[in-house]
Write a protein that binds this ligand. Structure first.
Ligand SMILES: Cc1cc2nc3c(=O)[nH]c(=O)nc-3n(C[C@H](O)[C@H](O)[C@H](O)COP(=O)(O)OP(=O)(O)OC[C@H]3O[C@@H](n4cnc5c(N)ncnc54)[C@H](O)[C@@H]3O)c2cc1C
Length: 405
């Protein structure tokens, strides 16, 4: 990997600074309020859309960055501001990834602009995979998609759960089983636009953290979408199902796995942002707070915690940047480097935010300071987009070549 260069160039640094300023000026000051209200922060989303930060153009140009480092840098800065608000703004990219990974170029061209809307009226997208009985085990999904040939329509029935932007999104990308006997190889993705009859929001969840991000059930009750809303098209699906029925392994499931692995560094980058915020806050506090006639940082017990926090944050970022660079430069993940980055960054965020609370003492435990919120926010990073246990499973299988259970 001699061609990996871990610096950002002048243009990337400028973009990072622009995002940091937004996180500092617009996001941080209102983070506690939206956490308390537990509602989608529309004014912040609208402001992000107005300045072009929340736009198809911005996301496309960051993703096209040849180093692969720009998008993780953007995510880190945003989550340094607030993770809940970041997910309210950029949760859309989950649905976008689903469309890009599975759609034809025409479908990508049609649906992506609708995921973002316009600067005057921003839209949101959702990616609905998880179900009450299908979390880590996606192959046991029950939501069914049945083709009505006479009408050239797909009929979707089922209940999705824990869906970011579920029910409030303008575009839902729904994964459903076409042939349940084939497990995850019998599934396909469908675009369900807002207002489609039979699509509704179930319960909205009250959460421990990232409370500015909307999480809800999505109910699909005889939802009918045109044949054209099947991502990838019917011919490709039929070929894939035929291959799966004959027991042949196609490129497809591996490609889906690779896409998933490639998106994990971005989730890791969000966790790095929370961890860095907590580390910086605790460092400032430890320098200012005096006990026994000296700053508490003058005690090794406190200073060493901060040293460990700094090392962990930087190590997490290095794993994230390595994986993001590899994904962008088509370097094969041989040891599940995407999972490594998400696992380490997620667990680092939990540990570092907890240590930050410890360094603030009683002040860390109350809402006058943000560290208790950051700790609550951090926990989701060991759960969604594949739990820590599932990441370890993926890594263990990659390094051993064995089907570890
Ligand atoms: C706030 C939030 C937002 C979310 N957003 C979305 C979204 O937008 N779209 C979406 O589709 N989903 C979303 N999810 C769902 C999320 O991806 C799942 O919660 C996650 O995949 C875990 O599934 P589960 O909750 O059913 O846990 P389970 O799969 O039931 O796991 C429970 C425990 O068992 C462990 N476990 C399970 N299987 C194994 C195994 N084989 N080996 C070892 N340990 C195992 C897990 O690691 C975990 O500790 C979201 C969840 C939350 C909380």
């Amino acid at each position: 990997m001699s061609d990996l260069f871990l610096g950002l160039d002048e243009e990337q640094l400028q973009i990072r600074k622009w995002v940091h300023d937004f996180a500092d000026r617009v996001v941080r000051p209102v983070a506690a309020e939206w956490d308390e209200r537990e509602e989608t922060p529309w004014p912040v989303i609208e402001e992000a859309a107005r300045i072009g930060l929340y736009s198809l153009d911005f996301v496309t140009s960051c993703s096209a960055d040849p180093t692969g480092l720009l998008m993780p840098a953007v995510m880190e800065e945003m989550c340094w501001g607030d993770a809940g608000i970041t997910l309210a703004i950029f949760g859309t990219t989950l649905g976008v990834s689903g469309i890009v990974a599975n759609g034809t170029p025409e479908q990508v061209g049609e649906w992506l602009p609708q995921c973002f809307g316009t600067p005057e009226r921003p839209a949101l997208a959702a990616f609905a995979v998880s179900e009450p009985d299908a979390g880590s085990d996606v192959s046991s999904m029950r939501t069914r998609a049945v083709y009505d040939e006479a009408a050239d329509e797909w009929v979707l029935n089922g209940t999705k759960t824990w869906i970011t932007n579920g029910g409030i999104a303008d575009i839902h990308v729904v994964v459903a089983a076409v042939d349940p006997a084939l497990g995850s190889r019998g599934q396909a993705s469908f675009v369900v636009p807002k207002g489609t009859a039979g699509l509704s929001q179930g319960q909205k969840f009250k959460k421990m953290g990232i409370r500015a991000s909307h999480t809800a059930e999505v109910v699909l009750d005889d939802v009918r979408v045109p044949g054209a809303n099947l991502l990838g098209g019917k011919d490709r699906l039929d070929e894939r199902l035929a291959r799966a029925r004959e027991g042949r392994r196609g490129q497809r499931s591996q490609a889906a796995m690779a896409t998933f692995e490639a998106s994990r560094p971005l989730v890791g980058a969000q966790a790095v942002g929370i961890a860095r915020a907590a580390y910086e806050y605790a460092l400032d506090y430890a320098e200012a707070r005096k006990q026994f006639g000296r700053a508490i940082i003058e005690n090794q017990a406190v200073a060493f915690k901060l040293a460990d926090m700094k090392v962990a944050v930087d190590a997490a970022r290095l794993l994230v940047w390595r994986a993001a660079w590899m994904a962008r430069n088509s370097k094969p993940f041989e040891a599940a480097e995407g999972s490594q980055s998400k696992l380490f960054a997620g667990e680092t965020a939990v540990r570092v935010t907890e240590e930050a609370i410890q360094i603030l003492g009683g002040a860390g435990y109350v809402k006058d300071h943000p560290v208790e919120r950051w700790h609550r926010d951090s926990k989701i990073y060991t759960i969604f987009e594949g739990t820590s246990e599932i990441q370890r499973l993926v890594i263990a299988r990659a390094i051993s070549g064995m089907h570890i259970q």
